[in-house]
Design a protein around this ligand. Sequence first.
Ligand SMILES: [Zn+2]
Length: 350
Amino acid sequence: MMPTFAQYHAELQALSNRMTVYLDRMEARAREFGAQAKQTAAELQATDPNSVATFRMEIHRQIMFLHTKAERAYEQYISPYEDLEDDDDLSMDEFRVLRNLTEDIEHEVDSFEDRMDAVIEDIFAAGQANQTRQEWDRAIAEWRAAQSSFTCSQCGAPVALPELYHVAVYVTCGGCGSRVTFQPSEAMRAAPRWAEELADAECADLKRTYEAGHEGGGGMDFVSYVYYLTSQFRVLSRLLPFYARSLAPQMPGKIRAAWEDNTDQLTPHEVSPRHYETEYLNVMGNIGVTAMGMRASGHTEHLALILGVVRDVMRPGDPLAQSILDGTFTEEMWDRRQAAADRMSDAVPR
Ligand SMILES: [Zn+2]
């Protein structure tokens, strides 16, 4: 006799639990292995940094084999349940319930790859941070050396290099007025990569907050992204102003993409009027409070970035957004607008 739906369901539940235990045990094993590898990685970083990449590939291969094992376990024990559609004793609804279970397990196995990636990251994190710092220091040292040695090809006078240029640039000789080409060294060309990593490390908490996401969203994911992006850009501007200025034109595009990805503001017909309004007010209200604080404490550069975001996403002529730009925003204005939003319909248009 063919198993019933209840039997299939119980079997899959049991397999799901076993898979969870199996994956947890493999992760524990990977972390134990990682603790030893971490010491080796640190030693190699100190004595033979060029061999770190080869060592990392080997570690990656060994740890990712655990993910392959998990996939094989799925193939062997779970995937046969994917074909139950052919079982005439199951209704379509019953089949869907079972299919959801197998899909949940499949997702758990897929995301095991991310867990293994995190183990690998952790093994090399300290060495990576060290390398970033060393390469960055080298770029700065070579810039300083160029500052004192770079001279005009026409008249031989020293030519100032006020900023670290990561690409070839024309600079004007103060002596004879000719435009001379400065070619950055290899370390200087690589400076943006290391500056990005240093800036990301400095804004790691903000990045984590954004990546973790906010339960229910409500515009807060966008707000977190704005705080992360503008803070990271602030650090980049401090470390490598020439490079940061070259990135500035991309900021509005990044903000618009995040607005589209993290809010429902571009699809008002798909959400209720109350949700649409509340999400907008959450964004403007939170940014308004932050901008007020920045104005008060004199963080004018960061404030300018935040106000740029308000301009990028505000509804044209919206008085609340305008008050943030004018510096007249108050929490009372936000509250009044929210009270009006609370009276709006919560029904999604059909
Ligand atoms: Zn000259």
